[in-house]
Design a protein around this ligand. Sequence first.
Ligand code: ZN
Length: 444
Amino acid sequence: MQVITAKLKLNPTAEQKEALREVSLAYRDALNYASQVAFDLNKTSSGNKLQKAVYNELRARFGLGAQMACNVPRQVSATYKSLWTKVKQNVTAIKAGHTKKLYKGLDKAPKYVSRTVTLNYQRDYSFKTEQRVSINTLNGRVVVPYEGYNKHLQLIANCAKIGAAKIVYQRSSKTYYLMVSLEIEAPTIEPTTITRISGVDVGQRYLAVEVDLQNKAKFYSGKAARHKADRYHKARKTLQRKGTRSAKRRLIALSGRERRFIADTNHQIAKQIAKPNSLIGLEDLTGIRDRTKSKSGKRASKKQRKANQNKAKWSFAELHGYIDYKANLVGSLATKVRAHYTSQSCVRCGHTSKANRPNKGLLFRCECCGFELHADLLGSRNIALRTLLVRQDWMSTGILSLSPNVSGNEAKAEILSRFSELRWSLDTSPHCICEPSGEQISGG
Ligand SMILES: [Zn+2]
């Protein structure tokens, strides 16, 4: 079972658009009202408690229907819950001496800025014939035509289990979207239908480097994309410092654009990486220090810290998620492999050492056998090889472990020793040790 979000563009008439505007503004105001009430109730995260306190007011003052008047306190208490978690994590981090910064997320009532409405399927919205959707507004229902990706439209028309939806307003294009969550059955894939194994390395220089066991490699340059994301980020920081009303408004638009740009770029990369009938290896990045950051903290110079501030944070978890999702659509699977030493292990002789990366540079050079390769390509080759192990285990046991959950040092040592047996057999052909082709992802 997999939950995906279908983004449907709504094409309302002028009248319907006004109705959508009214309901989404009322809903947003209701969220902010409930947020303040929760704050005054000792920052409660109890949905029931909040519902009792705000329900009548939500119906009378904001004109919300019964369902929406229940959704509002639920959404607000979910926000408080996640903020409380952060507060607690912060307390622990301070105690452990990891930080001195106090988390301020709950110092005042969280504010909802974008217009949005959460809708329950069959109650607040339902699908009609001829690609139209019926949506509950403050003054009854509107039936609005929509458009979207063919795959999503098919899913809606056919078997998918339809869940809650959200109306989202995109300011820049003055467009309303309906984000519908769909549950789809993941296709059953047998190890014998997998004809291709690949590994994907993500990182700072290249957003992704992909290589398969046939030694076809592709570099997804991050230079242009990162540059653009960094510019958004920098502009956002400047506006944040300004703090005026108009700056705040522009800030909201800008952070939306920054987020969408990163998501779009990730989408495009994922689409290319998710090739049919493949087992795609991704690094399990949990528990691994963020390798994608350049120097930070105390070791960084003042200048370096300043530069870091202007760097957008690229979401590799999102990229992994997209690859996983798109892989499923084309009869492929993504799997997580352990990321330890992928940048230090020689794929020719198995020798693993930090010294294999002189000055942590672009070039991997094995101090044992002298094998040389582009460092990022080496990383993805190691991942592809480990993915081959996953496939072998899958063939022999009939069970595919999508994210091998191995804890304990013994088990880890055993896995790493297995990894060190892996060899890239195609390295006898020297023309494969190639310079990246510099494939550009422009996006946006
Ligand atoms: Zn070597």
